[in-house]
Design a protein around this ligand. Structure first.
Ligand code: T1G
Length: 655
């Protein structure tokens, strides 16, 4: 880590170089603290530009220090020192000025951002609040409403938006250092009647009325679903608006230190680092991924179109293959619907959607695949259908083309039987909607080469997905745990726990929906067909309560009823007398359970299955299982996943 100082006449340039993201560890805080003193004492220096080397401006406090006691100089003190410096400091921002990085920038008198830069206060995504004046200076800089959105949402804003909010004073392009020095010089030479702007801490702030704060609290509580930090951040922002600066700073610091030690912060840090470890599994060694420049998807149904959209979003051209012209048109219509939806939601412009569709070649002729680097099969989940597809691909694709199956349940070894060059075959299990869900289960067979496996991980990075390697078993990692979760939920029903109480308990635990309402939404028949397929293959699959409902025609919302009843055109789940009657013989009356006990039973069952998955080597590490559950099955991120939550509970019991 270095902090160097050089000069451009009367402007000093302080350059921070602390790879990989210029995080504000103790040494960097000390070096900046010292730099202020040095430059204040140098009479020839009239302004200071603070700039960073590498990929980004300061990206925040050093998250690796969070588990340890804070060491001075503390960041809020450093920000105050910058603000009180004898010479104006100008923050020159590229990449992302995040958290403590943006707080340091707010200690500077001005902020100049490169047009590609972004600024933000993502602390709530780590279960904390800004701890160096983010909740106290931001509302003085950009107004209370903008500060509430920035701090409680935790999402960064691009430079242009930051300029419009007043978070930065100028947006430049080209040579950031030169532009920032020029900006510094200009502020020094501006006419005397335009004195420097006040330090942010001295700027006025107007607080909205109490009703506005109540509205914010209700909206944030609905979104947070049990997550604490966003609401505590709102408390800090309201204190900043209603109390003197020093009092608000003390309140923010106390809140930061309190949350920093919380279970939710520990869980979110666990996921932060797990997500960064996932794309770089050590066992890949130095296997080099193949470059993927052209792709194809076989099957234009929901999954195939979603996968094609994910590839197109990453800028990869796609050949979409279906069995005949009608199916090709249906596939293209599915793809068009995905992009039309993105345009309607403002995620894409019309031009971007058109460009994506223009880079699709669609047809039923496998000859189109003759020179494709990667082909992903996403046809009907039936072994003979998939094997037929790969028999064709083995003939039509290049010998070194990577061939992947998107199967979610079938054994990839069976699918690839007889395939020439099986070293280039791998399972790539996407989750629906494939262009939205971050999780990608990568399932190698015993003959998958290290290069092919490395290519799967590289593709995940290219698609912005979280890759998790899974061994071959029924359901790999996620669907195997899902099956156990659902079975445990049915056990509770058999013990007399009401279906609605179970769903409510899981929503209260932070899930978007409980196991029964989720099945009604997705359809009970999908899992039913898998069970029936396994039974037909001679496996001993006990009857489930879900089977009883499907056989009675109750497949979920799509049939007007599943676990719950639904009025025509209404998605509101109503307790069902029909379901109660169908299941009556299977339900005994047992002792009730509290919502917490229900959630503990179901998350505990997930963790138990996860431990078995680990022990069998199906997952490489426990944190991968947490990533699967969070990014594939809606496990609340601020609980860290089933493995983390079980481990935390065990360690708290042992204290
Ligand atoms: N501290 C320590 N290491 C960090 C880090 C951080 N803040 N951010 C990233 N890294 C590491 C990361 O673990 C990885 O390490 C490498 O840098 C590249 O990261 C007082 C208290 C900046 C947008 O929340 O959002 O300030 O795996 O793969 O995709 O109010 O990193 O290579 O060994 O993510 O280019 C607030 C978190 C902290 C920003 C770059 N700041 N980081 O993304 O690279 S709390 C954040 C990011 C705070 C103050 C409070 C991203 C990025 P390795 P990467 P990237």
């Amino acid at each position: 880590m270095t902090v160097s100082i050089d000069r451009d006449r009367e402007v000093a340039i302080v350059t921070v170089d602390n790879p990989p993201v210029n995080a504000l560890g103790q040494a960097l805080r000390q070096a900046l603290w010292d730099a202020v003193g040095t430059l204040d004492a140098d009479a020839t220096v009239r302004a200071v530009v603070l700039i960073c080397a590498g990929r980004t401006f300061i990206a925040g406090a050093d998250v690796t220090e969070f588990g340890k006691p804070p060491v001075p100089p503390h960041l809020p003190d450093l920000v105050d020192r910058l603000e009180r410096a004898a010479k104006p400091w100008i923050a020159a921002i590229h990449g992302s000025a995040l958290g403590g990085g943006f707080e340091v920038a707010m200690g500077c008198r001005f902020r100049v951002a490169l047009d590609s830069a972004s600024v933000g206060l993502p602390e709530v995504t780590l279960g904390i609040v800004p701890g160096a004046s983010g909740t106290v200076r931001t509302p003085r800089l950009a107004g209370v409403a903008a500060a509430v959105e920035l701090v409680t949402g935790g999402r960064p804003v691009k430079a242009a938006k930051a300029l419009s909010l007043g978070l930065v004073d100028a947006v430049v392009s080209g040579d950031l250092r030169a532009e920032a020095v020029a900006f510094a010089r200009q502020t020094l030479t501006q006419p005397l009647m335009q004195p420097l702007p006040q330090p942010i801490s001295a700027r006025p702030i107007t607080s909205p009325d109490p009703a506005w704060w109540d509205e914010q609290r209700q909206a944030i509580a609905r979104r947070a679903r049990g997550e604490v930090a966003p609401l505590r951040a709102l408390d800090c922002l309201r204190t900043a608006a209603e109390k003197p600066f020093a009092e608000a700073m003390a309140f923010e610091r106390a809140t930061f230190l309190d949350l920093r030690a919380s279970d939710q912060a520990a869980a979110l840090r666990h996921i932060f680092f797990a997500e960064r470890a996932a794309p770089k599994p050590a066992h890949l060694g130095d296997a080099r991924p193949k470059e993927i420049r052209s792709t194809a998807v076989i099957g234009g149904g929901t999954m195939g179109a979603g996968i094609a959209a994910a590839l197109l979003d990453a800028g990869l051209p796609v050949v979409l293959i279906e069995r005949d012209e009608d199916a090709v048109q249906r596939g293209l219509a599915n793809l068009r619907a995905i992009f039309d939806g993105a345009v309607k939601r403002g995620k894409l412009t019309e031009a971007q959607a058109k460009a994506r569709l223009d880079s699709v070649t669609a047809g039923s002729d496998h000859g189109l695949l003759a020179d494709t680097d990667l082909v992903i099969e996403a046809v009907f989940e039936e072994l003979s259908v998939k094997r037929a597809v790969f028999a064709q691909l083995g003939q039509t694709c290049r010998a070194d083309a990577i061939l992947a199956t998107n199967t979610s349940y079938l054994d990839p070894r069976r699918i690839a039987e007889g395939l020439p060059h099986p070293d280039r075959f791998v399972g790539l299990h996407f989750f629906s909607p494939a262009n939205v869900m971050k999780l990608l289960e990568i399932v190698p067979t015993p003959t998958t080469s290290p290069e092919t496996l490395a290519t799967g991980f590289a593709l995940a990075r290219q698609l912005g997905k979280i890759p998790v390697q899974a061994g071959i078993c029924d359901g790999f990692i996620g669907n195997r745990i899902l099956k156990r979760y659902r079975a445990e939920a049915e056990t509770l029903v058999r013990q007399g726990i009401p279906i609605a109480a179970i769903d409510a308990a899981m929503r209260g635990h932070g899930f978007a929906m409980g196991p029964f309402e989720a099945q009604d939404l997705g359809g009970l028949d999908i899992a039913y067909l898998q069970r029936e397929g396994a039974r037909a293959a001679g496996q001993d699959v006990p009857e489930t309560l879900g089977d009883i409902l499907v056989r009675a025609g109750r497949k979920g919302q799509k049939t007007g009823g599943g676990w719950y009843d639904y009025a025509p055109g209404d998605r509101l789940a109503q307790p069902s007398q029909a379901t109660a009657a169908l299941l009556a013989d299977h339900i005994s009356t047992g002792p009730g359970l509290t919502a917490e006990a229900i959630a503990s039973r179901l998350t505990g069952a997930m963790a138990t299955e996860g431990k078995a998955i680990l022990a069998e080597g199906i997952a490489q590490r426990a944190s991968d299982i947490d990533l699967v559950e969070i990014h594939g099955y809606g496990y609340p991120r601020w609980r860290g996943g089933p493995m983390f939550e079980a481990e935390r509970k065990a360690s708290q019991r042992s204290v």
